[in-house]
Design a protein around this ligand. Structure first.
Ligand code: ADP
Ligand code: MG
Length: 251
């Protein structure tokens, strides 16, 4: 294993990461580094290993070898819950909201609970929760939808709600897998706005196929192909890379 001499400068340092499924290396000796307050977008053809990278970071899949350093902690040795507590939030491709609860309730149940409190303290806590739920609802464009059931939201609004349910837990790193898939053009524009707003105090790692959206939000792009990096850097550079055009953008 390489010694990550520049690890400490990065919020997330992935080094030599490999996962083998019955001998097939879905992620193969992968290294990349994400800065604090950066929006990093991972692109690449289907089967490139993008979702698997997020699975490895959030602890859903166990690495075969390699290192994932996050704020000085080695995530490959931690459980999924410990990784969430360390400040990594993950949104999956399909929304996991509670359809029969209101928008308010969905956000409320996601609020991180400390020890239980009673009386005046509980009252103060409830007020703090309400304030936080309202602030998040405003950020995710659902302030006027707080009291409706989540199943009445549009597909895009459900995606925002789920992002809100992650944000309320204040993760340092937010990981999103194809957040604008199935969204209308105006919803995509608002989602880009939302991500740009949240990186003031978060870092975002996002997988996306919509190149217009990627161009709009990415600080840097990592192109994956067969579990390895094909190209990396600013969008203009990556877009002009003949290797990227050949395996991905040309299709
Ligand atoms: P992407 O998100 O880039 O489309 P994935 O990360 O989902 O790609 O998958 C990368 C490759 O790894 C695919 O060939 C997929 O079939 C395989 N793969 C992913 N997860 C598993 C698993 N749990 N077991 C076996 N193979 C898997
Ligand atoms: Mg995927």
């Amino acid at each position: 294993m390489t010694i990550g001499f520049h690890q400490k400068d990065f919020l997330l340092a992935v080094e030599g990461l490999t996962v083998s499924f019955d001998g097939f290396k879905a992620v193969n000796d992968l290294s990349f580094y994400v800065d604090e307050n950066e929006i990093r977008v991972i692109i690449g053809p289907n089967g490139a290993g993008k979702t698997t990278v997020l699975d490895l970071i959030c602890g859903k899949t166990e690495a075969t070898s390699g290192s994932i350093r996050f704020r000085g902690q080695e995530l490959t040795r931690m459980t999924e819950n410990q990784i969430v507590e360390a400040g990594v939030g993950r949104k999956f491709q399909t929304p996991s909201i509670y359809d029969d609860l209101t928008v308010f309730e969905n956000l409320e149940i996601s609020y991180p609970r400390g020890r239980s409190v009673v009386g005046a303290l509980a009252f103060r806590r409830d007020a703090a929760v309400r304030e936080r739920v309202e602030a998040i609802a405003e950020m995710i464009f659902l302030k006027d939808r707080l009291d409706i059931n989540a199943d009445l939201l549009s597909h895009g609004q459900k995606q925002w709600l789920e992002i809100g349910m992650l944000l309320i837990q204040e993760p340092a790193l937010l990981m999103l897998d194809e957040p604008v898939a199935g969204m209308s053009v105006s919803e995509r524009i608002k989602t880009a706005e939302l991500l740009k707003r949240i990186i003031k105090n978060h870092t975002v790692l996002v997988i996306e196929h919509d190149m217009k959206f990627v161009e709009d939000i990415a600080h840097k792009v990592t192109v994956l192909h067969q579990g390895q990096i094909l190209s990396e850097g600013k969008m203009e550079k990556v877009k002009a890379d003949p290797k990227v055009i050949e395996v991905y953008l040309g299709h």
